[in-house]
Design a protein around this ligand. Structure first.
Ligand code: ARG
Length: 576
């Protein structure tokens, strides 16, 4: 049960019985003297009708008291017209018991929208780099959570596999196959391949000519060119898939709907725009003028949808994709997890798509923007030579750094187990570092912070989980979920119980505006509250009923931690 929602509904219902139709806006309160929840919508309601807010709050509180079981919560009118709720121990332990019996830990499964998530979406000309970590992990976590809530999620990897950037690559492939060198092994390092091809383009006039010809051949789908292109794309997709598998990201090859998929829909898109009267010709290019985008000189800047040479830019493909997603897939929402630097692109895209009728009023197409990754000096994270840092190498480094820590902390463990722990800790750490930060701001990539066993990190939470499992295993208490009544006596038990029943609130909060860091914060706070509880409340030395109640609290905390991390795409271990 979502307690916040429950209290909000109760309060709104009573407000409307008093003849007011305001919603009651209940929030969790962080100050214990304000109760555990606080309703603050009363003032707004009073203002509208000119009533005294304190009087209204007290009428409302009496009504709430009358309508609800008096054993559920205590109410207090405070300040200019707030209502503070304090849940009773009995209500809390009953709610906790329901939670314990529920394999979904209180999270309901009643959401039913069809939601497309466009995430990761790298350009295939190069290897995936560190920058792809954000869209990939945030998009993946949000998709998991939406699915868990019951939505139908369509994952799409909108990879860039088309366009002039492939000219040099194809010309270089051609050159290598003529020289009968081992093209296959050269392609294993896509980054180097790209570098060599672009260098040749700059240095060798003949090569540059061939590269330009390849751009044209690609556009006309020349068979020899397409053969090379397919080989390149297959290699690059394998590389991406390997990264996803190592990261435990749920994208599969069948989720790939590449830019080239839309090639044969582009002309129709332009025709649609023309019939909607949106196209203006400017220097031979087809443009859409939007009032919003004003250039430096105050003149409106157009979005070019077809270049004067007939070629189609990035936005044309994206227009075709919005149309396809809306009309063919009939999605309710489409979420684009992409770098904030593309904000203007998406603003134009959605505006044009709406005007052209590709998206209708009930559909939400939104850009879920993320900030970029910085180094400690606050500059974009690059290699020493100024190049992009390969994602595969970030993964390797994280695992080997984790290995160093694990071998120090758990030197007595068998090697195989150390290896397994290092892998999960290494992967978990880089993912959690992404997810726990504010999505929209840039953040500093800091190995020591993310791999630390202290603070809001994956290792801290993974370790907390193993400690809980240890406590339970040592207790000898059977895990019979139906027998126990929670017996919450100590303040730290009540605090832990309240946090546990708020799991569903924190999961649902993530998808209000796609902020996985809200769930991270929740899990971190839960683990801290658990540690405080464990310090104050002896488990194994208590008399049997208390011991059982406390072990059940431990067990539930473990289950919530595990489920929460799983929803973020992070795996836990039973022992480390
Ligand atoms: N391939 C693009 C890039 O690397 C991101 C694509 C995002 N998705 C989209 N539908 N535009 O910048």
């Amino acid at each position: 049960m979502n307690l916040k929602l429950f209290l909000e509904r109760q309060t709104s219902k009573c407000l409307s019985e008093l003849g007011l139709d305001n919603s009651a806006l209940v929030k969790q309160s962080s100050r214990p003297e304000h109760g555990q929840y606080q309703a603050n919508g009363v003032m707004g309601a009073a203002k509208k009708t000119g009533q005294n807010p304190r009087q209204l709050a007290s009428d409302l509180a009496s009504l709430l008291q009358e309508k609800n079981d008096p054993n559920n919560f205590e109410l207090e009118v405070a300040g200019p017209g707030f209502i503070n709720f304090t849940l009773s121990g009995e209500f809390l332990s009953k709610t906790l018991h329901d939670l314990e019996k529920d394999p979904r830990l209180g999270v309901s499964l009643d959401k039913k929208r069809k939601i497309l998530a466009d995430y990761s979406s790298p350009n295939l000309a190069k290897e995936m780099h560190i920058g792809h970590l954000r869209s990939t992990t945030i998009g993946d976590a949000c998709s998991r959570i939406l699915e868990f809530l019951g939505h139908e999620v369509v994952r799409v990897n909108h990879v860039g596999d088309w366009g002039s950037q492939f000219g040099s690559l194809l010309a270089y492939m051609d050159k290598l196959s003529e020289a009968e060198s081992n093209l296959g092994s050269e392609l294993k390092d896509l980054e180097l391949f790209y570098k060599k091809a672009t260098e040749l383009f700059k240095e060798d006039e003949n090569f540059a000519k061939s590269a330009r010809e390849y751009v044209v051949k690609l556009q006309s789908e020349d068979p020899q060119c397409m053969k090379l292109w397919s080989q390149f794309i297959a290699e690059s997709l394998d590389h991406c898939q390997n990264v996803y598998e190592r990261l435990g990201v749920a994208l599969k090859k069948e989720n790939t709907v590449a830019e080239s998929f839309y090639n044969n829909q582009l002309n129709a898109v332009i025709t649609d725009l023309e019939s909607a009267g949106l196209i203006t010709l400017s220097d031979g290019a087809k443009c859409v003028f939007l009032d919003a985008g004003k250039g430096r000189d105050g003149e409106p800047t157009p979005a070019i949808v077809q270049k004067s040479d007939g070629g189609f830019p990035y936005i044309a493909t994206d227009l075709a994709a919005t149309k396809y997603r809306s009309k063919a897939l009939q999605v309710d929402d489409a979420l684009y997890f992409v770098d904030a630097r593309q904000a203007l692109h998406f603003k134009d895209l959605f505006k044009i798509a709406k005007r052209a009728g590709f998206i209708d009023g009930n559909q939400n197409f939104v850009h879920i923007a993320n900030g970029i990754i910085l180094n400690k000096e606050g500059k974009p994270y690059k290699t020493r030579e100024g190049g992009a840092v390969k994602l595969a190498e970030v993964i390797d480094e994280s695992i080997s750094r984790a290995k160093l820590i694990v071998s120090e902390k758990a030197s007595e463990m068998p090697d195989e187990e150390q290896k397994r722990i290092s892998e999960l800790v290494g992967i978990g750490s880089i993912k959690y570092a992404e997810l726990s930060k504010n999505r929209t701001t840039d953040y500093v990539f800091d190995w020591d912070q993310m791999l630390s066993f202290d603070g809001n990190t994956a290792p801290y939470l993974m370790y907390a989980y193993t400690r809980i499992r240890g406590i339970i295993n040592n207790s000898g208490v059977p895990s019979d979920k139906n027998k126990n009544r929670f017996n919450l006596t100590d303040r730290s038990e009540v605090k832990l119980a309240l946090k546990l029943v708020q799991f569903t609130e924190s999961v649902e909060a993530v998808v209000e505006d796609y902020n996985p860091n809200l769930l991270c914060n929740y899990l971190f706070e839960l683990a801290q509250i658990f540690m405080a509880f464990y310090e104050h409340c002896p488990v194994n030395s208590s008399e049997q009923a208390t011991k059982e109640s406390r072990i059940h609290l431990c067990d539930l905390t473990g289950r919530v931690l595990k489920k929460g991390l799983e929803l973020l795409g992070i795996e836990v271990l039973e022992r480390m």
